[in-house]
Design a protein around this ligand. Structure first.
Ligand SMILES: NC(=O)c1ccc[n+]([C@@H]2O[C@H](COP(=O)([O-])OP(=O)(O)OC[C@H]3O[C@@H](n4cnc5c(N)ncnc54)[C@H](O)[C@@H]3O)[C@@H](O)[C@H]2O)c1
Length: 255
């Protein structure tokens, strides 16, 4: 029996990177997973490569900034697996090279829609189902950019702003939902070797910033280093943990 056996999770942004690693770990630990992303073909292709799992993974196309899509995915989850126990709000976008003065209104609004509004809509969609179960765990993926400024995040002002919002929205939701036994926590990765970071590292200056800012070798985390933290927060091992911040950053914010 796995650490998540009997649970059903909705996880966003799962076509690659942290989301893909997380759906695999969840299913290995026994959870049934509804895995969603805008990139449905890539998602299906990657899910097909996953083997040796106890739970089922159901890929589904959705845009997290659409309220109608959230209604559809929750309906589909309940129809397929009966209930919703866990939500991982992981999908996000970043516009590299946009520090404070370079930020365009168009990209600022896109990052708010996906990274911030997407998290709100996700919580609003699943809470009524979790209330029926009598408990639940919501895990919102923020960033060290939601805690601290600094070189490593200064290349995208809008991203940092949305990740700060995810951190404070998590605490508000945690306070609102304790009466329903629904826990809400945030996770704050540092640099993590995913498609999002690989894109940033094409720029030599960014590569040097990452090496300087994250001294613990190999400088950037493996997505599994963070995904194990998500499994922990989803499991009943953390049944007394809510409103907390799990920082997995190779020591970045401890300086
Ligand atoms: N990689 C890092 O260094 C790093 C650091 C700190 C925090 N994070 C956070 O970790 C999480 C995962 O990041 P990653 O590095 O795996 O990113 P990624 O870009 O590799 O993956 C993000 C996924 O989200 C999907 N997505 C984008 N917009 C969407 C939408 N509107 N609806 C549904 N899906 C959408 C993308 O298609 C993609 O598959 C994000 O919340 C990110 O902000 C990443």
């Amino acid at each position: 029996m796995g650490r998540l056996t009997g649970k059903t999770a909705i996880i966003t942004g799962t076509a690659g990177g942290l989301g893909l690693t997380t759906i695999e770990l969840f299913a290995k630990e026994g959870a049934n997973v509804v895995a969603v992303d805008v990139q449905i073909d890539l998602l299906k292709e990657n899910v097909a490569k996953i083997s040796d799992i106890e739970g089922k993974i159901l890929p589904f196309k959705m845009d997290v900034s659409s309220k109608a899509d959230w209604a559809e995915v929750v309906e589909k989850t309940v129809k397929e697996f009966g209930q919703v126990d866990v939500l991982v709000n992981n999908a996000a976008v970043i516009k590299h090279g946009q520090s404070l003065m370079e930020t365009t209104l168009e990209d600022w609004n896109l990052m708010i829609a996906v990274n911030q509004t997407g998290v709100l809509l996700g919580m609003q969609a699943v809470v009524p189902e979790m209330q029926k179960v009598g408990k639940g765990s919501i895990i919102n993926i923020s960033s060290i950019g939601g805690i601290a400024g600094g070189e490593a995040d200064s290349f995208c002002a809008g991203y940092s702003a949305t990740k700060g919002a995810v951190r404070s929205l998590t605490k508000h939701a945690a306070q609102m939902l304790t009466k329903d036994n629904i826990r809400v926590n945030s996770v704050h990765p540092g640099a993590m070797m995913t498609p999002m970071l690989k894109e940033a590292l094409k720029d030599e200056a960014n590569r040097q910033i990452v090496e300087r800012s994250f001294p613990l070798p190999p400088h950037a985390a493996d997505p599994a280093d963070v995904a194990y933290g998500i499994v922990y927060l989803a499991s009943d091992e953390t049944k007394y943990t809510t409103g907390s911040e799990l920082v997995i950053d190779g020591g970045f914010t401890s300086r």
